[in-house]
Ligand binder design. Sequence first.
Ligand code: C5P
Length: 217
Amino acid sequence: FIGKSLAGRRVLITAGPTFEPIDPVRGITNLSSGKMGYALARAAREAGADVLLVSGPTALAAPYGVRRVDVQTAQQMYDAVMSQVAGQDVFIAVAAVADWRVANASSHKLKKDAGGAMPALVFEQNPDILASVAALANKPYCVGFAAESGNLLEFGRAKREKKGIPLLVGNIGPDTFGSDRNELVLFDQNGHAALPAAGKLDLARQLIREIASRLRA
Ligand code: C5P
């Protein structure tokens, strides 16, 4: 298995946005395309791993040889991850998980002429999937992502520590959502290192190599 740096390893990845319902036909989501997470799933599979992808709603097909579990809400993503995490060697949280869900989602379609008053949404916080996995006693090697709009070097270091994970990957630039290209900064216990701008699959392959070498260390 020359070149198969993750042969025999099990890798769990979250990708895409989540969708938090307001009523049966409406909801709150974000502009995550899933491209970075799917590229990582493909690269991990190429490296010989057994890959499980837990995905929010995206327009993408599962990469060849990758098992996919489809979810909509952050709670469903949390439940899917927690039920599958035992025995995983690596967990890569790429999904753009909604921080908040609507606590008073309606079971019927909200009507604009129902009494004239605007509906008031009440929010409650979603579980932090990555922090929850990182807090497990038998945890896989955990990798997080961060999309910050400024001060990435400062926020990246702080976020790695706050989440309690060995490796945090920062997205540089405001245009990463939906783009085929990206630019990354890796934060670990030794500091930070840049992966210069490239296609997401190219970056995914580099990141998988970085993860594999840290697993062996
Ligand atoms: O705290 P913040 O949302 O910026 O952290 C981003 C990282 O945490 C990403 O890896 C994302 O997938 C993960 N995350 C998560 N569950 C949440 C929020 C973020 O797994 N509820």
